[in-house]
Design a protein around this ligand. Structure first.
Ligand code: ZN
Length: 182
C-alpha cells in the first residue's frame, strides 16, 4: 500500500514498494506485513463412526463474506498474545471460554476489501484446534449473527475465506488419526 506522508515526521514519502516504506527525511522504516489473525476450529466428538466429529461455525454479520459461514476468531491486537487474543474473540462472539487449545497450523490468506489495495490485504492466520463446554448456551454477538455445529463430513458450501476451507479439510483428515485429545 502506498502512504503519501511519513507517520513519524509528516514529510512526504518518496521511496516505497509493497514490502517496505522508507522515509528519506527521518529514516523511519515501515514494513508492510501480513496482519495476524487467530481462528478457533472448535470441535466435538459425537457418537462413533463416520461423521462423528463436528465443528462449530459462525455466520458473518459483516463484510467481507457477509452471510457466509466462518471459523470464529479475528484480528489480534498490537502486542497481544495469540492465545489470549483468540480467547478474547471467542468470548466476544460466542460468550464462552475456550477449554483446551492447540496451534494447528499457520497460513497466509487475503482479507478482501474494496477500500484497500490488494497488496495491503494479506493476513497471517493462526488456526487453533479448540474445545468448549458444548452444554452451555452460546451467544451470537459482535461480528456474527448465528452459530451452528456441522459434521466435518458435510460442511456448508458457502464458507468464507480460501484458507478456512483448506484448514477444515485438513482437520477432517487429521482427527480420525490423532483424535480430539490434545
Ligand atoms: Zn519521516
Amino acid at each position: 500500500m502506498h502512504y503519501s506522508y511519513c507517520p513519524v515526521c509528516g514529510k512526504k514519502i518518496e521511496k516505497w514498494d509493497d514490502q517496505l516504506i522508507i522515509c528519506s527525511s527521518c529514516g523511519y522504516h515501515f514494513y508492510q506485513t501480513s496482519k495476524p489473525t487467530a481462528g478457533a476450529v472448535i470441535i466435538r466428538e459425537t457418537g462413533s463412526g463416520n461423521g462423528k466429529y463436528q465443528v462449530l461455525l459462525t455466520r458473518r454479520g459483516i463484510e467481507p463474506f457477509k452471510g457466509y459461514w466462518d471459523i470464529p476468531g479475528g484480528f489480534l491486537r498490537n502486542g497481544e498474545e495469540p492465545e489470549e487474543g483468540l480467547r478474547r474473540e471467542i468470548r466476544e462472539e460466542l460468550g464462552i471460554d475456550i477449554l483446551k487449545l492447540r496451534l494447528f497450523h499457520a497460513v497466509t490468506d487475503r482479507y478482501p476489501r474494496d477500500d484497500i489495495p490488494e497488496e495491503a490485504n494479506y493476513t497471517l492466520c493462526l488456526y487453533f484446534l479448540c474445545t468448549i463446554d458444548d452444554s452451555k448456551k452460546l451467544k451470537a454477538e459482535d461480528d456474527i449473527t448465528e452459530s451452528e455445529w456441522f459434521s466435518l463430513d458435510s460442511l456448508p458450501f458457502d464458507l468464507s475465506f480460501k484458507e478456512n476451507k483448506k484448514t477444515l479439510d485438513k482437520v477432517r483428515r487429521y482427527l480420525p488419526e490423532k483424535g480430539i485429545d490434545f
